[in-house]
Design a protein around this ligand. Structure first.
Ligand SMILES: [Zn+2]
Length: 374
């Protein structure tokens, strides 16, 4: 029975039941699973609309919702693949490109003259330079401004350069303030991802005292996990996903398509070292971004780095790897926000199938390889 079970999120319960004992134990240690069936009555007058919208009246009449909760981090997702029944364009459509082009010529197209610099000056890469953020949310808050306007123009060489430049910025900021040790790298890509400026850019902060709340939460929970089970939480998280076919490696980098995504198609990349500054890791980040854009049709996303402080601190970061999280923020032409009450205060409602995302991640792709470097 189980050998024939399609690898789809609606069949998660069956797939888990088929796991070998050790993997099953790890899964149950980290996750709670609840499958609910919702039934509704559809008046005949609605059948035409339902068929047009979802393809099948029966599929709407009886809906399965897969509720997954991570018991360690208490992050949760409610999967209802029916919500994802919509055509996906693999390339940004004309109107989106027009909207991006319309903003060409703004301050980030002329960063030398139209953006402020940090008190330690600018850091220059081959394809980007840093600026100081005008409206900051931490003591050191910079921008890595790309030399290309359209943020969807991504190559591995560029991604390496942006990250390297961000790291050099962090060193300069740390030299200016030895107490600032908590580096955070983030990339809000386009307006659905919260970017107020279209022109390609990342943001960097270097904070004091403790890391940002969600990073600190992961550190504490991973620490408690190790105390309770004697294992590294991130190793076990990888094993649980891998046993189900939701994790793989790109080079030495571990790639997980999350079972409790913060929103659609969330992917976690785990560095083979404790740091983001690793060529293999940067290659994997680039490749996943290329697959995100060209394989999954993602136009707007958030990318963040969870990493231990760059200098010695009191609290225990042992076993905490460098992790990049990437999430799809939805269609640039849709006016509604992709998050609401559920995502802010409940569990995230997800319409994409992690198994479908995984197929794209592992698909051999000649177009992008070897990672478009050089
Ligand atoms: Zn620009």
């Amino acid at each position: 029975m189980t050998a024939d079970t399609p690898r789809q999120i609606v069949h998660l319960e069956t797939l888990i039941a088929a796991l070998p004992g050790a993997e099953r134990e790890i899964f149950d240690r980290i996750f709670h699973l609840q499958v609910s069936t919702g039934r509704l009555t559809i008046p005949a007058s609605m059948h035409g609309w339902v068929e047009e919208r979802f393809g099948d009246v029966e599929a709407v009449r009886t809906q399965r919702v897969i509720k997954v909760t991570n018991l360690i981090t208490l992050e949760g997702a409610l999967f209802n693949p029916l919500r994802g029944v919509r055509p996906i364009d693999l390339e940004p459509d004309e109107q989106v490109l027009v909207a991006i082009e319309r903003t060409r010529g703004g301050p980030f197209c002329h960063p030398e003259s139209l953006t402020p610099e940090d008190d330690f000056g600018r850091v220059r890469g081959k394809h980007c330079m840093t600026a100081s953020n005008v409206a900051r949310y931490d003591g050191y808050h910079g921008l890595v401004i790309f030399d290309g306007h359209n943020p969807l123009h991504i190559t591995a060489e560029r991604v390496h350069d942006y990250i390297d430049t961000a790291l050099r910025w962090a060193k300069r900021a740390h030299n200016a303030d030895a107490e600032a040790k908590y580096f955070f790298l983030m990339w809000n890509c386009l307006w659905k991802g919260g970017a107020s400026i279209v022109h390609g850019h990342m943001q960097v902060t270097l904070g004091r005292g403790m890391h940002y709340a969600r990073v600190e939460h992961w550190r504490r929970q991973a620490l408690l996990y190790r105390l309770a089970h004697g294992e590294n939480y991130f190793d076990d998280l990888y094993r649980a996903h891998s046993a189900l076919g939701l994790a793989t490696t790109l080079g030495q980098t571990r790639v997980i398509v999350s079972l409790t995504p913060v929103k659609e198609r969330e992917i976690l990349l785990i560095s083979p070292t404790r740091w983001v500054d690793n060529d293999d890791f940067k290659d994997a980040i680039s490749l996943v971004l290329l697959k995100y854009i060209h394989g999954l049709g993602v136009q707007s996303f958030n990318l963040v780095l969870f990493q231990r402080p760059i200098d010695a601190v009191e609290e225990d970061w042992d076993g905490f790897p460098a992790i990049v999280r990437i999430v799809d923020r939805g269609d640039l032409q849709v006016r509604t926000a992709d998050i609401g009450c559920m995502e802010l205060y409940g569990s995230s409602v997800i319409s994409s199938d992690p198994f479908g995302v995984m197929e794209v991640v592992v698909a051999p792709d000649r177009t992008f390889g070897p990672q478009g470097r050089g």
